[in-house]
Every structure is written in C-alpha cells, then in structure tokens.
Design a protein around this ligand. Structure first.
Ligand code: SAH
Ligand code: SF4
Ligand code: F3S
Length: 457
C-alpha cells in the first residue's frame, strides 16, 4: 500500500452487465485518484453492485451489507455505496436506508456516471446520499473502464430490454432498449485491439434487437460484419440473443465470419408451448427446434447452450416432461438451470398456481441430472481433439494449472507453460468432465497449421 493513498473495493453480483458497469465504476474511481485495494479491509470506499434477478441474489446483498458494519465501526470515514439493479426497487432502497445506517450512498443503474459527484457530496457534507432515477435518460454516456483482463473485454452495444418476459425484472431495472451508435462500438473495439485485446464479448439483454431504435439502418448482423473486419481481433462473442429474433441473415453472417465464434447461447426457458406462451417468450418449441436445425445446417459443429426456468406458475408434470424432452432432442452443451423466483412487480408473481418449493427443487434436480449427463457425453466426444484455447492464466480451482476457453466457450485446463498467457494455443484434450475439459498444450508448429485451417474455414 502507498502512504496517504486512497483505496477502493468493488463487490459485484449478477450478470455481465453488472460486471461491465463495475469496470466503469472502477474506471471513474481511478480517475478520482483511488487505487484498487487488494483486501476489503484496506478500502476507503466500498461499492456493492447488486442484482435482483432472483430472491437469493437479494438475500446475498443484505448479508454482505450487514457484514460491513464491523468495518465501518473500525473506520468511520469509510464510504459504503450500494448500486445496481436491486436499487431500482423502492422497497429494497427503503429497507437498506432504514435498516443499514452503515450505507452512505445509494445509486441506481441509470446514473452510474454520477457516482463521482455523489461521492464528493458525501465527503463535503458527511451525510447520506440517495440518488436513483426511476427512468433511463438516453444512453449512459461512454465512461472510462478499468478492465481486469488484458486479452478479453466486454463491450456494451445495447442497454435495456423491451421484451417483458412475464417472470423477469430486468425491463424494470434497466429501462427500454437503447442501441449505441455503430461507429462508437467499432472505435471502442479498435482501441481495445490496439491495446492487445484478442476477444470481445458484445453485451446486451437481447443483442438481436440491436439497431431497431437507431435512425441509421443497421442490425446486429451488420454490426458483426463491421467488427469482423477489424484486423487483429481473434474472437467475437455476444450475449444474450433471444431465440425469437435470431434471423437467417444472422446465422449466415456468423457462418461466413472469421472471428465470430460458433457458440450460440439461446435461452429456451421451457420446452412446453403452454408455458412459453404464459412466459411471453414469443416462440414455440417447434420454432426453437427449427432454429437449431437451421443453425446446424449452416454450422454443423456449432455449440448450443441455454437457460431454463423450472417451476414457472402452472407448470404441470406434462409441461416439465416437454422440457426434459427438448433437452434430449437438442442435446445442449451446457445449460444454466434456475428455479422460478417470483419478482414483485412482474406479471408472473401474481399468477395463480405458484408451484411449491419442494416440487420446483425436485424438478431442477431431474433436469440438472439429465443435462449434466448430456454435457459429459458431448465433452467426451472431444477427447483426442485439438482445441484452440485462449489462455486466461491460472485456473481458479487448480492454481497450479492454466485455464482458458475455446471458440465454443468450453473451459479447458492444462499444464502451465512459459509465455503463453493471452495467446491462442492448441490444446489436445485427454479427459472430460461435464463442465471442464483437460488437456496438454501441443507443439507450436502444429498451432500454425491448425490456425490456418481455422482461418480458411
Ligand atoms: N436477457 C437474457 C438473460 C436475462 S437473465 C435473456 O433474455 O436470455 C438470465 C436468466 O435468468 C434468464 O435467461 C432466465 O433463465 C433467468 N431468470 C430471469 N428471471 C428469473 C426469475 N424470476 N426466476 C428464475 N430465473 C429467472
Ligand atoms: Fe428478461 Fe426476457 Fe428481457 Fe431477457 S429478454 S432480460 S429474460 S425480459
Ligand atoms: Fe441481475 Fe440486473 Fe443483470 S437484475 S442479472 S444484474 S441486469
């Protein structure tokens, strides 16, 4: 630690939007002269970026804020701020403000660019500040980001969501869809590539809606084409795409692109048409299966992953059987599986026939068991193959090993090797688990060969 220097610490819950917002918060704090603290105890300012997507996300936040009381006692000058999606709920703000006096600052998702000003106000007045905007005011301006990773970067392309899926709180916490002008996105990506970034992930709640609100006639596929032309960019990913808006033009663009990854994350939520309708998802199981068929026709080895919600109000054993059936038909590489959590303010929370917790849990277990088996079988087919892996560095669970991801976003663990961090290297797979592959980096002369085959794909 440097004498007299001021330190910040940010805790982030929720999805990649929040992770990226936290990078912007960090960027702004560093502009104010703060340094990143290695341990929370060293911080002069702590920010918590919250999520409200499911009830357990909320409980975690209250638990965390509660635990900070001790730090505040030891250091009364410590500033504690809470922001993010949960703060767009009046109820949550009220509870936090009334029951947690250790919190100095409350801000929402629409005004993160005001955080430096709010912090200065707290310092000057030594009071508590609450500033939450209930509505977005256009795009949040471009802000400096402090990115954790040197080789991979998140790039926001569209904020908000217009879909109003019946269970989901996001349209209420993030406002309506607002696309960033394509030139701004291209410029940001070019700058990142100049700095050594090899992989970008385009962020939006529904990236396929990109451009609908812009004057310029541009859609998500057009944006991908422009980004794909950037010299030196090895991989383009995006999340999340809605199965309803996934056009044939987009499939063809991905097929013809050189750096657009062959990984399709298409949240299906349920395999039952009755439930999909109640969820307001705008597609049927047949429509979804047809989309998968078209993707596989264009890119036979494409990887498909998804999200499921079990126990949506009114879900019968027959509806759930349809979900299990679709898992067997599509054979997803991976699925995030969630127990339905009623969110105040959403239509589904008021629907009759809420499913008892134990039944939801029991269905989740059956679904996970089936999906894990399929994930394992899919991964086992990769034993003996050579994958192109972008090396992240030390593996979180095995620090004595390196980890990275292939183009299809598969997590690969392998022995450390000098000088390969941030490089794309060939890894021969020799062992497979449901969520992880293991292998060894092979000779670099082979890299050139495999890379040129991939480029000529
Ligand atoms: N915009 C993305 C993801 C939004 S949230 C999309 O539309 O796919 C990520 C996932 O959380 C969703 O896909 C859904 O599976 C899950 N989710 C959202 N609201 C939920 C709720 N109330 N209960 C349980 N899971 C939920
Ligand atoms: Fe939520 Fe649906 Fe929007 Fe995704 S598309 S953020 S699930 S409302
Ligand atoms: Fe959570 Fe907000 Fe993301 S509610 S999932 S952090 S958009």
């Amino acid at each position: 630690m440097i004498d007299n220097a001021k330190y910040y610490y940010i805790i982030t819950y929720g999805c990649q939007m929040n992770v990226h917002d936290s990078e912007k918060l960090a960027g702004m704090l560093e502009k104010m002269g703060y340094h990143p603290a290695e341990r929370i105890e060293e911080a002069d300012i702590i920010l918590i970026n919250t999520c409200i997507i499911r009830e357990n996300a909320e409980l975690k936040v209250f638990g965390k804020v509660g635990s900070l009381k001790q730090l505040k006692k030891k250091n009364p000058d410590l500033i504690i701020g809470v922001g993010g999606c949960m703060m767009q709920s009046e109820e949550a703000v009220q509870q936090l403000y009334e029951k947690y006096p250790q919190v100095d600052l409350i801000f929402g998702t629409h005004n993160i660019h005001h955080v430096p000003e709010l912090i200065n106000r707290i310092k000057e007045e030594r009071g508590r500040v609450v500033e939450v905007w209930d509505k977005e005011e256009g795009l949040i301006p471009d802000l400096p980001s402090r990115r954790e990773d040197k080789y991979k970067a998140w790039v926001s392309i569209i904020q908000g969501c217009n879909n109003f899926c019946a269970y989901c709180i996001v349209p209420y916490t993030r406002g309506r869809e607002r696309s960033r002008p394509p030139e701004d996105i291209v410029t940001e990506v070019e700058r990142l590539v100049e700095k050594g970034v090899k992989e970008i992930t385009l962020l939006g709640q529904n990236v396929n809606s990109y451009g609908k609100d812009l004057e310029e006639k541009v859609d998500f596929a057009d944006l991908l084409v422009r980004l794909d032309e950037i010299e030196g960019l090895a991989r383009i990913r995006y999340m999340t795409s809605h199965p309803r808006d996934f056009s044939q033009k987009l499939i063809n663009t991905i097929k013809d692109g050189k750096s657009i990854c062959e990984h399709f994350h298409l949240p299906i939520q349920s395999g039952s048409n009755r439930i999909l309708k109640k969820m307001n998802r705008g597609y049927t199981r047949e429509g979804y299966l047809n989309l998968i068929k078209r993707i596989k026709e264009a890119i036979p080895d494409a990887s498909i992953t998804t999200d499921f919600i079990v126990g949506f109000p009114g879900e019968t054993e027959e509806d759930f059987a349809e979900t299990m059936d679709i898992v067997k038909r599509v054979r997803f590489d991976m699925a995030f599986t969630f127990i339905y959590s009623p969110r105040t303010g959403t239509p589904a929370a008021k629907m009759p026939e809420q499913i008892p917790e134990d039944r939801k849990k029991e269905r989740l277990e059956r679904l996970m068991e089936l999906q894990n088996r399929i994930s394992l079988e899919n991964n086992q087919k990769l034993i003996g193959e050579v994958l192109e892996v972008l090396v992240d560095g030390e593996s979180k669970n095995n620090p004595e090993m390196y980890s990275g991801r292939d183009r299809k976003n598969k997590l690969v663990i392998f022995s450390k090797k000098e000088g390969i961090k941030g490089e794309i290297v060939p890894v021969k797979i020799n062992k497979a688990q449901s969520f992880t592959l293991f292998g060894e980096v092979i000779d670099l002369s082979v890299t050139r060969k495999t890379l040129s085959t991939i480029e000529g794909r």
